[in-house]
Design a protein around this ligand. Structure first.
Ligand SMILES: O=P(O)(O)OC[C@H]1O[C@H](OP(=O)(O)OP(=O)(O)O)[C@H](O)[C@@H]1O
Ligand code: HPA
Length: 183
């Protein structure tokens, strides 16, 4: 569904900035340092979890100054809504995973159900090792944890840096929480 320009502007005007672009860049720097320590000698296969992880992947990879390869994996459970449902698999690169040191990159760990299913899938497909990294983690319980986290924020509905609100705002420069009335 499309958001009309007036509604788009109203959502943006009511949203609260939780982290500026500068703070998100600092989070990406910290992630790069931690991932370099873990993976620089592993020739990892990086899996970008589509679609939300496109921004963190694009911003993080140039900060990783070592040998790696990039592929993607696509499982989603929000479908443009603000509450998650059943996981839908769109692409699972099973044949490429066996024997590889896998780095799963996602934009957010919320309930953790998406990451848990992706971890289970990569184990089932024979990954040699698994490292997980998320740009944002909500302060709440999760079905699984991530090894590397960029920034931790309160449990509100977020957009920006890859995170969408009704399929919009992935390009927002900063991390924003929508107002309760927009949730
Ligand atoms: O921890 P969870 O509660 O499972 O939520 C996290 C997942 O939700 C979002 O994906 P979404 O299904 O919205 O697809 P998208 O990447 O296309 O936005 C996000 O990109 C994570 O993959
Ligand atoms: O807070 C969120 N915002 C956008 N996408 C999401 N997917 C899980 N949680 C969120």
């Amino acid at each position: 569904m499309k958001l009309d320009p007036a509604s788009y502007a109203a959502v943006a005007s009511r949203a609260e900035c939780l982290a500026t672009a500068e703070e998100m860049e600092a989070a990406l720097d910290r992630m790069a340092t931690e991932l370099t320590a873990r993976l620089a000698d592993k020739d990892p296969l990086v899996l970008c979890v589509m679609t939300g992880a496109t921004i963190v992947t694009g911003q993080l990879l140039p900060r990783l100054d070592f040998q790696l390869r990039l592929d993607y994996i696509h499982a989603s459970r929000y479908q443009g809504q603000t509450r998650g449902g059943e996981i839908r698999w769109h692409y699972r690169p099973s044949a490429s995973i066996r024997g590889e040191h896998i780095l799963i990159l996602d934009d957010i760990l919320d309930e953790g159900l998406t990451l848990k299913q992706i971890i289970d899938a990569c184990r089932e497909d024979g990954a040699a090792s698994l490292t997980t990294a998320v740009l944002v983690e909500k302060e709440r319980e999760h079905a699984c944890s991530a090894d590397v986290v960029g920034i931790r924020v309160p449990d509100r509905y977020l957009y920006g840096y890859g995170l969408d609100y009704k399929n919009y705002f992935r390009n927002a420069r900063g991390l924003f929480a929508v107002a309760d009335c927009d949730r």
